[in-house]
Each structure stands twice: as C-alpha cells, then as structure tokens.
Design a protein around this ligand. Structure first.
Ligand SMILES: *[C@@H]1O[C@H](CO)[C@@H](O)[C@H](O)[C@H]1NC(C)=O
Length: 305
C-alpha cells in the first residue's frame, strides 16, 4: 500500500513536469490531461489539432495569417540560439568604464539603482540598490545578429551570403573570418542570422565592439567617419540591411530571478508541491492507524492474560 502511494506520487510528479507540448507545431498551444492541443486560426477561433502527425497545411496557413494579423512572429529561422541568450532591453545608459575601456561589472547610470553587466555592458541581473555585488564581468563569447535585408533583384543562396558577410566584416570591422561561425538564411522573410562566436576563455578578441558597430551601421548611422554604408557584396549585388536584433550569449548565463518564470511553470510547481504534501499526509495517517490497531490488539492480549 505504501509502495503504491509512493509510486503514484512519483508518476504524478513526472507527469506534471513533462510538459504537454505539440512536437509537430511550435504555434500550437497545449493543455490538460490527456494533452490537448489547439491552433489559433482566427481571433477567438481555436482549432483542435492532432499533434501525433504533421498538421494540415490549411490550418497552418490560417494560423500564420492570424499571427501576421496580430503582429506575431512567423519566422522559421533565428531566435534565441540557446536558452541562456538574452537581448538588451535597456538600451544606452551612461556607463562606468575601466581605464582600458572595459565595462565595470557594476553599473548605476548615475543613479541609486545598480545592476551587473556582461562584457558587452548589457544587464545580466535584476536591478538592485547600490549594495548589489558584482564579482566579475562575465564575458560575452557569442553574438547572434539577426537582420532583414532589403529586397533584391536576383535571388541569392545562403553560401553566397556567408561569403559576402565574412568579406564585409573583415574589411569593415577587421573581424577574422574564422569568427563568423554560422549563417542562416530565410529568403521569404529576407532574414539573415549571423553567429559571431569565439572560444570560451578567449580574451584576445572583443566581439562586443563588432556588435556595437554593426548595430549602429544597420539601425542608425555608421560610427565610422567616412559614413560609407554597410553593404556586403553578395553575388554581385549590394545587400542593404534594414533591421537587426542582437542576442548575447555569455560564458555564464544571466541571473534574472523568478519574476521571469511564466505562470505555467509556477502552476506546475505548485501542483507538484501540493501532491507531495498530500502523499506525505496520507502516509502519516496510515502509519498512525496501523499503530493504533497494533496497540488495541496488544491490549486484548493483556486482558486474556
Ligand atoms: C539612464 O539614465 C538616463 C537619464 O538619466 C535615462 O534616460 C535612461 O533610461 C537610464 N538608463 C537605464 C538603463 O536605466
């Protein structure tokens, strides 16, 4: 009996933790036991789908149109390269620098509110007061730059973009081609994803400079004096960029607190805790009843004597 309860508890905990998801569509939303998934195909129109198979194209097309209407992402490439990657939501502030030009680990923007940054100067902790401790500047070793190029007259391939990008970054930012690790391309979305990455522990190359220059080149105006545009030559055409998002990956992940846990995860944790407590209570009462029965039996034996 005790074993049974323990077993049921474990299965329950595992079941609650193993998320209910749709392997065949990242847009589907799943819930409940048994796991049921739906696709939002119109405003207030949820289509139940069978996630054990590829989803019908018609549903997916409807879902994509709905996402486009509500300004949601329909990209097929890009996004966070790893779970610990993050973007800069704060923007430019007035930083404290070391004599050599590196960011100090703790930044306060001339206020009473302080936080810790990575080597790119991007906040990697919650904001705190002046007493916040930042032991080290955690190195950014990987930048994922996700950009959109302006329409082209002739189609280009991923390989041509990679070559063009490597050449342009070497010429413009003096970045050795070996640091351009990976390039991905989605022609329909005109999206290019460039991974600029160095070895963990490498302190000779400072990728965060490349990131800053490239962001300025694409979002604002070139940081360079000559004001030439950043236009990689790709298969004989100039590739102009119009948008860029930078993801930062550090040697140590960021330390944002529980506030960022989604409601779903919190709900799962609560359910598991409640189940464990209920199980322990059941065990406790069962044991007590057994003891009572035992002592009663003993009492009768005494009477007989
Ligand atoms: C830094 O301070 C400036 C003005 O004092 C403000 O506009 C900016 O939002 C602050 N940045 C951060 C990240 O707190």
């Amino acid at each position: 009996m005790k074993l049974l309860i323990a077993l049921a508890l474990v299965t329950f905990a595992v079941g609650a933790l193993s998320q209910c998801t749709c392997p065949n569509s990242k847009w589907a939303v799943c819930d409940g036991t048994p796991c049921q998934c739906t696709l939002l195909v119109g405003s207030n129109n949820k289509q139940t789908v069978d996630c054990t198979k590829l989803l019908p194209k018609c549903f997916l097309m409807k879902a994509q149109m709905q996402r486009a209407r509500t300004g949601k992402d329909t990209r097929t490439i890009g996004g966070k390269p790893v779970e610990t990657a993050f973007v800069d939501n704060d923007g430019v502030y007035d930083p404290d620098c070391e004599a050599g030009g590196q960011f100090k680990a703790r930044q306060c923007n001339n206020t009473e509110e302080c936080w810790c940054v990575n080597s790119a100067g991007v906040r990697r902790t919650d904001k705190g007061d002046k007493t916040i401790k930042c032991d080290e500047v955690v190195e950014t070793y990987w930048l994922r730059m996700q950009m959109v190029h302006k329409p082209l007259t002739k189609d280009v391939t991923k390989e041509e973009i990679k070559t063009g990008m490597e050449n342009a970054m070497l010429a413009r930012y003096k970045l050795a081609k070996s640091f351009v690790k990976d390039v991905d391309y989605d022609p329909e979305g005109r999206m290019i994803v460039v991974d600029v990455k160095k070895e963990i522990g490498d302190r000779t190359e400072d990728l965060t400079r490349v990131g800053w220059y490239m962001e300025k080149d694409i979002k604002e105006l070139p940081q360079f004096n000559d004001q030439n545009k950043f236009e990689p030559m790709v298969a004989g055409q100039k590739l102009e960029m119009e948008k860029v998002v930078v993801y930062y990956v550090d040697e140590k992940g960021p330390e944002f607190t529980m506030r960022h846990l989604t409601g779903g995860i919190i709900a799962v944790i609560v359910v598991v805790i409640v189940a464990v407590i209920a199980g322990l209570l059941a065990l406790f009462f069962m044991r007590r009843r057994e003891k009572q029965r035992y002592s009663k039996a003993q009492g009768r034996e005494m009477d007989n004597m």
